[in-house]
Design a protein around this ligand. Structure first.
Ligand SMILES: Nc1ncnc2c1ncn2[C@@H]1O[C@H](COP(=O)(O)OP(=O)(O)OP(=O)(O)O)[C@@H](O)[C@H]1O
Length: 254
């Protein structure tokens, strides 16, 4: 079995005349945590959307778990073991936490003709277990998601992804809208994924977080990957220089 879980070769996406992603060659090893950083509009989300097939790529190849893949859509990517937490969370407002965790993969007790009877107890117990492993405290699981704070919602979305991520988890700015305490919770979930050996791609603007959490930092600028550096061989000034394209720490003031 290859050490590499995900590889892209020449991955390219153009929207009309906009070159959002150009010739991205990227490798993620099993168990590795990589941060994807870059300025606004650098192509980070576009890169992730091509991997998870939210859109169809213009050119290039994606290899996942040893095979060339061309997912028809995000559902197929998910069924293959890639869980993604997007900026917009895709939670169902009117449902409670267990129903959200199991949305689209409910535990069925038995089928009655055309109807399926859900095993709500099993879903509730498994949900509590999943949340326990993430140290996320949700006082009342039966509360509809609508009644929860932004931070709690985000934690539910991330706990859901963490619970089901079998092969790879991708997070697009998971803490951008969170307070200090909630950010800490999400970072603990990420540490838990590392301990479980689940590979991660983390899009983040927060360099403190990036240096705290990941093994490798990949920098995008104007649609291209301009650096891929192990955390211990770089520092914040270096990364800011790559992000801005301004050498010698000048960019740190940008
Ligand atoms: N659907 C689209 N149609 C046209 N242009 C798009 C589309 N989506 C993204 N772009 C453009 O592609 C480029 C890359 O955008 P992308 O959202 O990937 O950047 P990003 O690095 O994720 O930025 P941010 O940090 O602001 O989220 C930008 O110039 C953006 O305007």
């Amino acid at each position: 079995m290859s050490d590499i879980i995900l590889e892209t070769r020449g991955l390219t996406k153009r929207y009309g005349g906009v070159h959002a992603l150009e010739d991205a060659n990227f490798t993620l090893r099993r168990g590795e945590h990589i941060a994807v950083v870059g300025d606004n509009g650098a192509g980070k989300s576009t890169f992730v959307r091509q991997i998870t097939a939210v859109e169809q790529r213009t050119a290039g190849e994606v290899f996942f778990d040893g095979q060339a893949v061309n997912f028809a859509g995000p559902l197929e990517a998910r069924e293959s073991g890639i869980e993604t937490v997007f900026q917009n969370l895709a939670l169902a407002d009117d449902l409670d936490v267990p129903s959200n965790l199991y949305l689209g993969r409910e535990i069925i007790k038995f089928n009655l003709g055309p109807f399926s009877i859900l095993d709500r107890k099993a879903m509730r117990v498994a949900t509590q277990k999943a949340l326990d492993t993430t140290a996320v405290r949700i006082p009342n699981l039966s509360n509809p998601i609508r009644n929860m704070s932004g931070g709690q919602r985000q934690c539910v979305a991330i706990a859901r992804a963490a619970a089901f991520a079998s092969k790879l988890i991708i997070m697009d700015e998971p803490t951008a809208a969170l307070g200090v305490q909630e950010t800490g919770q999400v970072e603990n979930i990420i540490r838990g994924l590392k301990a479980r050996g689940v590979p991660l791609i983390l899009i983040s603007h927060n360099l403190r977080q990036v240096f705290d959490l990941v093994d490798r930092i990949v920098v995008f600028r104007r649609g291209r990957i301009v650096a891929s550096l192990r955390r211990e061989e770089t520092d914040g000034n270096d990364i800011v220089s790559y992000i801005t394209g301004v050498k010698g720490g000048e960019g740190a003031r940008a």
